[in-house]
Design a binder for this molecule. Structure first.
Ligand code: HEM
Length: 140
C-alpha cells in the first residue's frame, strides 16, 4: 500500500510549491550563480516525471517501481533535508488507515465524467479540478 501512496504522490505532488528555499549565501551551482536573498523554487514536477530517473514508463502509475527505489532522493513530495515535511509519517499512516478501511467495503471505478489525466488546481497545496469516480460496494 505504501508503494501505491508514494506513486500517487509522485505523479501528483500536491504540495510541490512548498519546496522552496531562500538562498542565505551567494552560491555557485554549476553555471548558475544564486545570489544571497534570492528565493529558489524547486521544480518537483519535472523531477518526478524525469525518464532518466524513473525510466521510460515515468508517466505511468506503477506502484511496483518502488520495490527497487525505496529511498529515491528525487522523490520530493514531502520535501527534503532538515525542513522536510514534519507530518510525512503521520500523513502516510493516515492514508493507509483510511484506505484499508474504505477499500475493504468499496471500490472506486472511473466513469464517463472521470478526467484522465487528473488536473490539479491551487497554489501552495493543490486539489483535483474535477474528480468524478463511482463508488461500488464490494461483494462478499
Ligand atoms: C500527503 C500529505 C502531505 C504532503 C504531500 C506534505 C508536503 C509537504 C512539503 C512538500 C513540505 C515542504 C518541505 C520542504 O520544504 O522540504 C511540507 C512541510 C511541512 N508539513 Fe507537510 N505535507 C503533508 C502532510 C502534512 C501533515 C499531515 C502535517 C502535520 C500534521 C504536515 C506538517 C508540515 C509542517 C509543519 C511543515 C513545515 C516543516 C518545516 O518547515 O520545518 N504536513 N509538507
Amino acid at each position: 500500500m505504501e508503494y501505491a501512496i508514494k506513486e500517487a504522490l509522485r505523479l501528483y505532488p500536491m504540495a510541490s510549491f512548498a519546496n522552496a528555499r531562500r538562498c542565505m549565501r551567494t552560491t555557485q551551482l554549476g553555471e548558475y550563480t544564486v545570489e544571497a536573498g534570492v528565493d529558489v523554487q524547486l521544480d518537483t514536477w519535472s523531477l518526478h516525471y524525469d525518464k532518466t530517473i524513473w525510466g521510460e514508463d515515468a508517466d505511468e502509475f506503477k506502484p511496483e517501481r518502488w520495490s527497487s527505489m525505496s529511498n529515491q532522493p528525487s522523490f520530493l513530495s514531502f520535501g527534503a533535508g532538515p525542513r522536510q515535511c514534519l507530518g510525512m509519517r503521520l500523513a502516510i499512516l493516515e492514508e493507509k488507515v483510511l484506505l484499508a478501511h474504505v477499500l475493504r467495503k468499496y471500490s472506486f471505478v472511473t466513469n464517463t465524467r472521470t478526467q484522465i489525466p487528473m488536473k490539479l488546481i491551487g497554489r501552495a497545496t493543490t486539489r483535483p479540478a474535477n474528480l468524478y469516480l463511482s463508488v461500488k460496494a464490494r461483494e462478499f
